[in-house]
Design a protein around this ligand. Sequence first.
Ligand code: LMR
Length: 399
Amino acid sequence: TWSNVPQGPPDAILGITEAYKADSFSEKINLGVGAYRDDKGKPYVLPSVRTAEEKVISSQMDKEYAGITGVPAFTKAAAVLAYGADSAVIKEDRVAITQSISGTGALRIGGAFLERFYPHGKSIYIPTPSWANHKAVFGDSGLEVKQYKYYNKDTIGLDFDGMVADLKAAPNKSIILLHACAHNPTGIDPTPEQWQQISQVVKEKEHYPFFDMAYQGFASGDTDRDAYPVRLFIEQGHGLILSQSFAKNMGLYGERVGAFSIACESTEEKKRLDSQIKILVRPLYSNPPVHGARIASTILNDPALNKQWLGEVKGMADRIIEMRALLKKNLEELGSKQNWDHITNQIGMFAYTGLKAEQMDKLAKEHSVYATKDGRISVAGITSGNVKRLAESIFKITG
Ligand code: LMR
């Protein structure tokens, strides 16, 4: 029956883990998927998550279905985390929100919602480059995926003028996907002043902003600071869509905890949108899993645990910053003639090294260092134990 189905390629990001696992070298290094590791290279369960999970288990809750939009105590707190307790949209109760299957699920609900209801066209503009899955998520949702300039390979920095020019050149009322913080894969974010200009252009062009915030807390170590662009856009009167993930900032990767929300103009609009979000979600997966959302909700709603968690987020962000500095230092000490300033200038989980696909191939084949072909490395996979060998490997292929 299925002879028509061709063999597909491995996933650009998750496929790297498969290649890494198949390597028998004991000092192999996996810098592929963006998943935080401690300084021993081990997956890290946040102590606040452990405590919250114990609370959830000891309270002996039942295992009934959540409502279609998930655990209300979770979505309420997730909205406050993103928009801020003082935000007009929170105070005026005009955020339509649902729990989602992490960030990817939120993006997919967004894609489906836009495909069904956006009245001004079916195109979405994503940055060049963007997270490898964006194109597939929105394409599979039935949107046409277009791109705007973002990365300048000569400066290994933001192509701000190119970005603004492309936003201006796009037809009015286009949907614009923006990474709220810790841009994936480049680790390059606009400055606050640049965000203000972007907001201005988006306003002038009457574009519709769609924020993907998968790394709140990972850019600066501060969840409020990282939410700046979203809060700025709200202050400036934009309607917007927001996708949130708790995979990284709570380390809840496999629990799939996220939220999809729309900042509406009024409570009346919110009610209509909420009703349609339910109608969209029900045939997709009925309702979301409860365990992870209960953990996240416990952390967000318990002041002491919340404070502890924010400290742990900062701890993860700080370790990554330290590894950036160490990698750069090691490369310089080896006598590398290249400039590696971008490794410490970039922020979030990833460094966009500027290495070419052939060099990434060599890194994997000759040095058992695994990362994506676009030259992105997950700095969260670097440790004080492997950074020297990593620097030597990069030095050998770059000189
Ligand atoms: C990544 O970019 O590595 C992460 O967002 C994980 C994923 O699902 O791709």
